[in-house]
Design a protein around this ligand. Structure first.
Ligand code: HSE
Length: 436
């Protein structure tokens, strides 16, 4: 069929867990389609794994328990890093790059925390490090942002980028299931991180947001500057009040360009029940990107699991295989912008971020309590949108929704409200976004 038959591209897979098995099985099952797309076949030359995976038929594969055998194997063109973590994985990737091999990885922590170093090394060695599977599993959001939307200035992006967290929030709010029970199911389904606090406390989402923001704005990866807040303190009462006011609570990663700099933040967020993202449920992920030319866009799909994540890993292998014969200077840059064109745009401190707030507190049901609270809000330049107060004896819940205000003002107001003798305990604060 083809004039010249190119020799197969040889890949080595490191790690044969959930994503490794999906990657291996997709390469096997879709081999014919993949060969037709690439123009040459892709062969799994070697697998480095501590143990075999019963879902993979590896009888004819060279197996090794030392993943560095794969990074040092002279036969291998592309090393697929699927072991996770940031220490051994960093060493493995740098070894492969040093050996002149291309790398495909699904490791968001590695890219978010060590990507600047890895990309610099890859640039020096003229190899590619591809990482589509690191963000939102099966959704091709890296490719969309880096290539499909490359004509735009990105104004903002907001995503549900942790499937486990979304699964937990959805099951808790729709079925009233217990937190621990839902988390256990997510672990059994292979969605959760090895340390599930990464999911629940927003660290996983912060890794992914860091990567998306760098590609959106052409800034170096700055995980340490990403504000990170998890879902573990959200109560059933918060969910119920939000619903009554016409909102859903979603755990969002948000990056926004403002005149002062870039906002990078992961936190539970109230969004209108009518917003598209409010209807992204279960383990599904979705990312909205607002470009100045295209307007708002939405990509949606499975954010975790063997086959969806394997889908992105294999797409990267195909991309790398296609460009093996191309001039390295014509490749799409790792972070979408030419490396020497990365900008030092400031990442804003959380105190300088502006948004609406949902405040939920327990107060004494006495004359003047609401007046004192509204006075404090007014003193801090905070305008109220709506208030709900419940009947009760003694302590009653009070919910206040505000218009947009700087976090700095809200911090001062909350400190003053919590100091009032009629307010019991702390004020629950959840940020509100209109995604407009
Ligand atoms: N633990 C992650 C999630 C896996 O739940 O989304 C995919 O990165």
């Amino acid at each position: 069929m083809w004039g010249i038959v190119l020799k197969p591209v040889k890949v080595g897979i490191c790690g044969l867990g959930t994503v490794g098995s999906g990657t291996f099985n997709i390469l096997r099952h879709n081999a014919e389609e993949i060969t037709r797309r690439v123009g040459r076949s892709i062969v799994v030359e070697q697998i480095g794994a501590r143990q075999v995976n019963p879902t993979c038929d590896t009888t004819d594969i060279d197996m090794t328990s030392d993943i560095f055998d794969v990074a040092n194997n002279p036969e291998i063109d592309i090393v697929i890093e699927l072991i996770g973590g940031t220490t051994v994985a960093r060493e493995l990737v740098l070894t492969a790059v040093e050996n002149g091999k291309h790398v495909v990885t699904a490791n968001k922590a590695l890219i978010a925390e060590h990507g600047n170093e890895i990309f610099a090394k890859a640039q020096e060695k003229g190899v590619m490090v591809a990482f589509e599977a690191a963000v939102a599993g099966g959704i091709p959001i890296i490719k969309t942002l880096r290539e499909g939307l490359s004509s735009n200035k990105i104004e903002w992006l907001a995503g549900i980028i942790n499937g486990t967290g979304n699964f937990i929030m959805t099951e808790m709010s729709e079925k009233g299931r217990a937190f621990a029970d839902v988390l256990k199911e997510a672990q059994e389904l292979g969605y959760a991180e090895a340390d599930p606090t990464f999911d629940v406390e927003g660290i996983d989402a912060a890794h992914k947001l860091t990567i998306l923001a760098s590609i959106a704005y052409g800034i170096p990866l700055q995980f340490e500057k990403t504000y990170t807040e998890g879902i573990s303190r959200i109560t059933a009462q918060d969910v119920a009040f939000a619903r009554e006011l016409g909102y859903s609570i979603k755990h969002l990663g948000i990056a926004r360009r403002t005149k002062a700099g870039v906002e990078l933040r992961v936190h539970p967020t109230l969004i209108s029940q009518k917003a598209l993202l409010a209807n992204v449920n279960g383990v599904m992920n979705a990312v909205m990107v607002k470009g100045d030319a295209v307007g708002p866009t939405l990509t949606y799909g499975a954010g975790a699991g063997a086959m969806p994540t394997g889908s992105s890993v294999v797409a990267d292998i195909i991309d790398v295989a296609r460009t093996l014969t191309a001039d390295p200077t014509n490749r799409v840059p790792h972070l979408a912008f030419q490396p020497e064109q990365l900008s030092d745009l400031d990442v804003l401190a959380m105190e300088d971020v502006e948004c609406g707030f949902f405040l939920n507190m327990m107060v004494q049901d006495r004359a003047g309590v609401l007046a004192n609270i509204t006075q404090i809000l007014s003193n801090n330049g905070i305008s109220i949108e709506s208030v709900i107060q419940r009947e009760g004896s003694d302590l009653v819940p009070l919910v206040v929704m505000t218009h947009d205000v700087k976090e700095r003002n809200m911090n001062a107001a909350i400190a003053a409200i919590e100091a009032l003798p009629d307010v019991a305990g702390t004020v629950q604060r959840i940020r509100v976004e209109n995604l407009a």
